[in-house]
Design a protein. Structure first.
Length: 464
């Protein structure tokens, strides 16, 4: 018995190396097996669309976790892993991607970036939308805040891509797709952008519709600046169309008799109703200023500058807004130019002659009604008359030779009197003026051409 006890206490130390060798052999054979099964399981899923995929192998058992985009796709993915040679058991931890109800996707633009948010139906859709956004937005930062969800309406990709094209037309704003309903808000980048977006939305895929379009247009700006130093009138901003453009520039040429018109206008849709009916009289008021700026922003007219005399400033402040269409606002900032130094009658006569050599006081055809385009010239004549307060002035009317001479004589007298009345209404003393009509008796050009006749139809100022 003592011999047996001695051996029984000494055999187990020899077992330890055997256990270590067995564990090492098991590890060196199992690790490559697990890695191989993991690789083959991954390969088996390469054509399967999944999210958050994870594969873990213990021996020949595979734990497979993922989010699938359909029940059919989920079952197919599990079956693909189960079919991998060498796999004994698949521990199925797969589930479906959450379903979004409603399915909402959005694109939002601020000053620095565009953010894509809400849900996307597939990873490929996310990638496609991100690539399209970067291409359409030309270097603008694009942030991906989209998650993946089931429940997208049919033709989602086509609808979202069309809406991305519209976010590129916004200065800021947001476009949201909720199931198949589209809502838009924000400010268009350019004039006409709002209308371009509305037109594009007509091409939404079948079944989609616009629930709300609150995109606003940027202000419709028209500006005119009268520079007495450069002797220019500079027009900038927008006009409704090419016809309005031509008509407005032509009107400016008539109203501003000595300034060169610098035309930097562009035609664009989006003009407010009554645009021409407000801009034309506003230009007429600007022509009466020695220097000034006209800014038309949507339905608001701002006119600032120096009138040539106090009565003109009062007339412009009180009267111009009354000429505008309903809904337009007028904000005048009119001061009065300092009075120029007095001049003697000889200089006064030369100033009148120079002014009337540049332009004619114009009347309605065959009438004594002064055309509004002559307001700027008349104010300059009034300013000159104020500089020679001791001079008496004869206003002389002339006509061309068309018609009977008695009628021409009467018309010339009425026109001279109309100008005299205008001067007196502006505040000049009536006793300084006389009016005379000479009919067609003193032509300065031939009456055989339209150009000659136009020169003969005139008003002269004669300092006495």
């Amino acid at each position: 018995m003592r011999v047996l006890n001695r051996w029984s206490g000494k055999w187990w130390p020899g077992v330890i190396p055997l256990v270590i060798l067995w564990a090492f052999a098991a590890w060196t054979t199992t690790a490559p097996l697990e890695a191989d099964l993991a690789q083959r399981s991954t390969t088996a899923l390469k054509d399967t669309v999944l999210d958050k995929r994870r594969i873990a192998v213990a021996g020949r058992d595979v734990t497979f976790a993922a989010e699938a985009f359909s029940e059919e796709g989920r079952q197919s993915a599990v079956a693909s892993v189960e079919a991998v040679p060498g796999v004994r058991l698949v521990n199925d931890e797969t589930r479906l991607v959450p379903e979004a109800k409603p399915f909402v996707w959005s694109a939002e633009r601020d000053v620095v970036r565009v953010t894509l948010g809400g849900s996307s139906p597939l990873p490929s859709s996310k990638s496609k939308l991100m690539e399209a956004a970067r291409a359409m937005l030309g270097g603008v930062e694009v942030s991906d805040r989209m998650n993946l969800a089931r429940g997208a309406p049919q033709r989602f990709d086509a609808a979202a891509l069309l809406l991305l094209d519209q976010i590129a037309k916004l200065k800021d704003g947001k476009i949201t797709l909720s199931d198949n309903k589209v809502t838009l808000s924000g400010m268009a980048r350019e004039l006409g952008g709002r209308e371009a977006i509305a037109a594009a939305l007509k091409n939404l895929p079948e079944g989609y519709s616009v629930a709300a379009n609150d995109v606003k247009a940027p202000p419709y700006i028209f500006q005119a600046y009268k520079d007495p130093v450069a002797v220019t009138l500079t027009l900038t901003g927008y006009v409704p169309d090419n016809n309005a453009h031509a008509a407005l520039v032509a009107a400016a040429g008539r109203k501003f008799f000595s300034e060169k018109v610098v035309d930097n206008l562009k035609a664009s849709i989006g003009a407010p109703s009554g645009f021409a009916a407000a801009v034309l009289p506003a230009l007429g008021a600007l022509s009466r200023l020695s220097t000034g700026t006209l800014v038309v922003s949507d339905r608001e007219v701002k006119l600032s500058g120096d009138a040539l005399y106090e009565a003109a400033a009062t007339q412009i402040r009180a009267g111009l807004g009354k000429e505008f269409p309903q809904g337009w606002q007028f904000k005048p900032e009119i001061s009065v130019k300092p009075t120029a130094a007095p001049v003697d009658p000889t200089v006064c006569q030369q100033l009148f002659t120079d002014l009337l050599g540049k332009a004619r006081i114009r009347f309605e055809s065959a009438k004594a009604d002064i055309v509004a385009d002559s307001a700027g010239l008349l104010d300059r004549l009034i300013e000159t008359a104020l500089r020679c307060p001791n001079a008496n002035i004869e206003v002389v009317g002339h006509t061309d030779s068309d018609g009977e001479e008695p009628a021409n004589q009467a018309l010339s007298e009425k026109r001279a009197q109309a100008v005299t009345d205008y001067l007196v209404k502006a505040g000049l003393p009536a006793n300084r003026f006389t009016s005379t009509g000479l009919g067609s008796t003193q032509p300065i050009a031939g009456n055989d051409t339209d150009q000659g006749k136009a020169q003969n139809r005139r008003i002269d100022f004669v300092v006495r």
